[in-house]
Write a protein that binds this ligand. Structure first.
Ligand code: GLN
Length: 242
């Protein structure tokens, strides 16, 4: 009898980086997994805690103000090696806004020193002169759309070793200049989309769950869910003004 599947999620700095309700992504990931009859374990990982890179299949890091980022940046750096190892073994990371910025090479805020990132993605971020705030619509390479809400002054620029999550349809995205939003490098996903992101973007939630489960269960696929409510929310968000 094969061992029952379990999805183990590490919620990094759950109490620090939870701006604009980003913990809603943990709820969406958990429920959509449980609705398929698969057990889920979620562990909040706080400052100073160790991370067992063998244990977790999916890591989540949310957004935060500059001051929260300044508090956690040095602590996150301690985990760079174990997170890199986990990703190389098939683990998935979803990062939102402030968390996304710190997965790149650095974030230079308006005030204070440059914050070193952990370079899991070939990106860098510099605080811009204006805050980019509003509803966002993104078109992914497969033609599907993502909807969310942005609120950041950081302008993120992609290097050659990373692809954008998609192209901006409305809103600013990574920097308000290059028409791109987010970044993907293997199993590492970053985006400025708060909302929270996943409840109104069920296909992306299932993409992340599937990738994470496949770390230990090759070839696994998820049964479809009745996403009538999620799709209705997505459609309504598509019509919101940027
Ligand atoms: N402090 C960062 C910025 O302003 C990230 C903000 C956020 O996480 N919403 O760009």
């Amino acid at each position: 009898m094969p061992e029952a599947m379990v999805l183990r999620i590490a919620h990094l700095y759950a109490h620090f980086l939870n701006i604009y309700g980003d913990r809603g992504n943990i709820l969406a990931l958990s429920r959509r997994t449980q609705w398929r009859g698969i057990a889920v374990e979620v562990d909040p990982i706080g400052l100073g805690q160790a991370i067992d890179s063998e244990r977790y299949d999916l890591y989540f890091i949310g957004g935060g103000q500059d001051k929260q980022q300044q508090i956690i940046a040095a602590d996150l750096a301690r985990h760079a090696t174990s997170l890199r190892k986990a990703v190389s073994e098939g683990a998935v990371i979803l990062s939102i806004c402030g968390g996304y910025q710190l997965l790149g090479h650095y974030y230079k805020p308006h005030e204070g020193d440059e914050l070193r990132g952990i370079s899991l993605m070939d990106t860098h971020t510099v605080a811009g002169q204006r805050r980019m705030i509003g509803n966002v619509v993104v078109r992914r390479p497969n033609g599907s759309t993502l909807v969310g809400f942005e609120n950041h002054s950081g302008k993120t620029f992609l290097g050659s070793a990373v692809e954008p999550l998609g192209k901006i349809v409305s809103g600013n995205g990574n920097n308000g200049d290059d028409g791109c939003e987010g970044a993907v490098a293997g199993g590492v996903y970053g985006t400025y989309l708060h909302g929270s992101l996943l409840p109104k973007n069920p296909a992306l939630a299932d993409e992340l769950i599937t990738l994470a489960l496949r770390r230990r269960n090759s070839g696994v696929s998820l049964a479809p869910l009745d996403d009538a409510i999620e799709s209705s929310a997505h459609k309504r968000a598509l019509a919101l003004p940027a």
